[in-house]
Design a protein around this ligand. Structure first.
Ligand SMILES: [Zn+2]
Ligand SMILES: [Zn+2]
Length: 74
């Protein structure tokens, strides 16, 4: 399991939070548009998505700076 925030790995089995920076480990990347189906945990976006591919709203990982806009390939 890899930390979204600091990219550190080797967390212990069942770890909920990063031992290095304290952020939550199993957090889903959700659309910030509450109207969008991708804002639901069961429709979470892939970890590297900065924007929702359904409605174009920011992803929760972009808001928290876990991903950067310029990580995208275009
Ligand atoms: Zn971390
Ligand atoms: Zn959306």
């Amino acid at each position: 399991m890899k930390c979204y925030n600091c990219s550190i790995e080797k967390h212990r089995e069942g770890a909920q939070y990063c031992y290095s920076c304290g952020c939550k480990l199993d957090e889903p990347n959700l659309c910030t548009n509450q109207e969008c189906t991708n804002s639901k945990v069961e429709n979470a976006l892939p970890d590297n998505f900065a924007y929702c591919d359904r409605c174009g709203s920011k992803s929760s990982f972009l808001v928290k700076k876990y991903v950067k806009e310029n990580d995208l390939p275009f």
